[in-house]
Design a protein around this ligand. Sequence first.
Ligand code: 0X9
Ligand code: ZN
Length: 379
Amino acid sequence: MEMIVKVTSATPAAPLSDLLRLPLGLDIWEVKPDHLILRAPEAPIERLTQMGYGVEPMQPVAEHLSAFATAEAIAGYHSAETLEQDLRQLAESHPEIAELREIGRSVENRPIWALRIGDRKGSQDKLLFMGCHHAREWIAVEVPFRLARELVEQAADPKIAGWLSTGEIWVAPMVNPDGHEHCRTRERLWRKNRRRNPDGSIGVDPNRNYGYMWGTLNVPTSSQVPSDETYVGPRAFSEPETRAVRDLVAREMFRGVVTYHSYSQLILYPWGYTDKPVIDSQDREGMIGLANQMRDLMKGVHGVVYTAQQSSALYPTAGDTTDWTYGEYGIPSFTIELRPKSHLEGGFILPPSQIEPTWEENRPAAFRFIEQLLEPAAG
Ligand code: 0X9
Ligand code: ZN
């Protein structure tokens, strides 16, 4: 039976840090200083016990799904189709500031959409917000979508009007539409895209497929085994979803990138592939300072605590989005892991009643990010 388990280090001979280094094929959900929460079938759980880890069953996955993945839990979240309709409607009702662009197509040939928001003045000052590299992280569609909607519908607000007259904000709320559709209709905990791998397994992790330090790790959180949840793919940018983002970023030269994920309530900045901090002190201090400001603004709304930290402090990954946007182009880049904090609150299955509060607390943080990275360039 597939279980959600809590793993602790029972002996010094089996430290938790080893679990993040050995290729074990685990779906790691939470990384805490003294334990991990993961989803695994029986065999790997047995193996962990034999290796000397403390393994505490938390809940069968089926039970977690019946508690959280209810019929009502779908309401309020977009599908690929309703997202397209809503983005199209935003663009059509505000053609002077919003334009819907297809930035590429998925493995199964679904369009990947971005809304370009700004007066058409060939601005050089552009920012990019993305969502849903990972299929099961539905809230990561809703936050960037609501940001786009607010920018478009409140474009007359003097602050927003100022941003849109000097700059452009691009929002691509669903980078992995095939995975999302599969997750919505078949497997609620699906993570990757829908690539058919040569070994018969399905899916490449789009957030391991970017071309900076790609493939330099082979660990459970960044794996070279095709059937693993964090499979990096056969080569950098092997996937049409990451190529779509690559081509957009290469063309538009953004000044800042935010990519939304869930869950754990974190604000992550590069690097992910190494524990070493970013070497350029201005870049480093700039990203840390902005991450801390976003954290404080988030807390100010509903008192919900997000933690700002370097990506690698969560776990190591090679080929993630923000390592590439920062490493290749020097763009200040953040991964924001949205609500909830733990699997006990639903984990990847965030109750729809939390969509609005999650957006409300992320709104001032997104606005601060825009102010910081767009306004200095305005003069
Ligand atoms: O593993 C990921 O891609 C992200 N977490 S998630 O639970 N949404 O899958 C985190 C990526 C940030 N990079 C590193 N932690 N290195
Ligand atoms: Zn994710």
